[in-house]
Design a protein around this ligand. Sequence first.
Ligand SMILES: O=C(O)CCC(=O)C(=O)O
Ligand SMILES: [Fe+2]
Length: 751
Amino acid sequence: MGRQKASSQPVLQKIRLHLLRQLQYVISTESKFLVKLNIIKNVKWILPIPKNPLSPYQSAVSVHALLNAVKMSPAQVWARTLLFALCFAFCLASQEEEKSPLQDHDLLVITVATKENDGFRQFMKSAKKYGLDVKVFGMGQEWLGGTMDSIGGGHKINLLKEGLKPYKSRKNLILMFVDSYDVIITADKEAILEKFSKFNSRVVISAENTCWPDRSLAHEWDIKLDTRAEIFQNLNHALDEIMIKYKGDHSYMYNVKTGTLPIVLHGNGPIKPEFFRLSNYLADGWTTTSGCQACKEDLLDLGSMKEADYPLVQVALFIEFPTPFIREFFQRVSNLIYPKSNINLYIHNTEELHTGDVSKFVDEFQDQYNRVIVTPPEKRVTERVARDWVIEECMRRNCNYLLMLDSIVQLTNPELLTSLIKQNRSIIAPMLMRPGKLWSNFWGALSHDGFYARSEDYMDIAEKKKIGLWNVPHLGNAMLIQAHCLPALKQAHSDDLNLDSDMSFSQVARSKMVFMYVDNQAHWGHLVYAEYFDTNHLNNELFDIFNNPLDWKERYIHKDYDKALEEGAVIEQPCPDVYWFPIVTDTFCDEFVAEFENFGKWSGGKNHDPRLAGGYENVPTVDIHMNQVGLEQQWLKFLEVYIRPLQEAVFTGYYHNPPQAIMNFIVRYRPDEQPLLRPHHDASTYTINIALNRPGIDFEGGGCRFVRYNCSITSPRKGWMFMHPGRLTHYHEGLRTTSGTRYIMISFVDP
Ligand SMILES: O=C(O)CCC(=O)C(=O)O
Ligand SMILES: [Fe+2]
């Protein structure tokens, strides 16, 4: 003890003197001295250090206290780094045992934590994984330490001083003090002690090369600084130095600057999001060969549970703007495999456009869900208020989970709810992308001002090159929250009114250390694109082929469409060189007809036609052209994406991409209007003719006859299309419709 006893106090003095000029916060036994130096006016907080004799643990604690409590002028980067260097010390508790081989020693990890948040749990999990003994001080106590921006870690020191007393005379004990909320350990006792012994010092403090005010002081006190990150990696200002590497099932850190393999990572200061991102991989959480090992831990499987005993889930749906494909949105929510009797449903709708969709859904499922509450547009409840309200509602009703879904979320995987529950995380979101885009419902990183930034691994996650569960700094659109987190998230959407409610929410979750994970282990669904959604039509989605091609295909393209494009597909040929394909859904036909009937400006079926370039139609029909309702561009897209491949499959060698068509129109036949079309050639290279309703049900008679082959198609199938050459060989006529109304859609493709 001698050396320490004799020298520690003068050394502390010296350090103080050295630092005093920039101090705002000081630790000192001599406040008089400070007053004399006219420093006291800057002093906001004073922590007394015990007078001699300092036991080894006390000296370590004191040094930490000193480092911890000092706040430098912000301009001085070295000083700030020092301040944030929290992972601080190893200390031999017993001087006598100093020379013993360290492997005989016990290692005790000590930490101070007042709350058991996700950061703490992650830390403890890592310590447990490597079989380390951890002593936690202060758990459950009220934290009086504030943040590092205010009175700093002083409260921590007091808790430690008290807590460590019982260890004062323990022999062969090595202490490792670390923070816990932002620390992850990645090695076992042997590895830690081996690294420690190489320092050949009684105290090792994590630091960076630049941060020690006077390096000579260290020698006087048998302290060494881990400036090369042999053990402790402080992440702030060092992100670029760290690489995660893999060896079999194991992940480890490599510092490219110092060439060391640090084993304790500390997300000191404002670098938390990056720290948590790295934590996804560390402690073998994810490796290249074994993938996501963390995904297999702490699972909560509902499989063995009776359905009636399933947790109560509050499902909250938010319709905050006109949203395409909302019918599918509701349908997919109702398709979730989960007992509806264990779901309380809340719908916040601000759009009159969707009131009908909401009512239809509620009417259909009201009786099956445990509870249904709707806030309609006329209530004028804002999004923030609704989102905050549902958190409280969930707590009031003793729910176990809150699932929040925005109207742009298309959940195509009905196992979503049970799968996310199983992962057992505070907040978990299915990864959802805009199809074919890099737009998603999560952020991998934050910019300096808290907005979106792309993380190094964002693309790998978004493109599923890396599959697993990813702790991320921001989630939106869809998430499942465990009820125990809700009290911390009360009012989270309104916490910062300068931010959008989702950003405010994520900011609160981050600050309260409620982890947000995104799960890309399965395909859960996707996001629709609602910006620029044109709502001036009867069936707005018909017009939305450009913004939401995937949803458009699902709603409007026949389920067997792709079969015709498969190798060796047999394609029906009802007449020579007339090919017959399933092309669109019943929904397409119905919406399409309704759209044109709603428009209503049917041509008179006269030869004079001002819509045409020549003003004259030789063989007129009662029809409406696509450009009259604003569907022309969409229709050309449809020809390009869906019709052209079919044409190439049956008329080999003819290639025009994109296909051109000036004449695209819907035709109406009625006995009392225009019942038939006399034989003619079309002004096309090839013609498509889509049946939009049903012979024998919606109309009698009708069909198409190819004169040269004396071949008729008298039973056209709704949603099916013929394709035939337009000129020369396929002289044809429209057969008489004897009752009802027959609708067909025609395009003259040329070339
Ligand atoms: O009625 C039909 O199916 C034939 C229609 C037709 O040939 C045309 O519109 O050019
Ligand atoms: Fe024709």
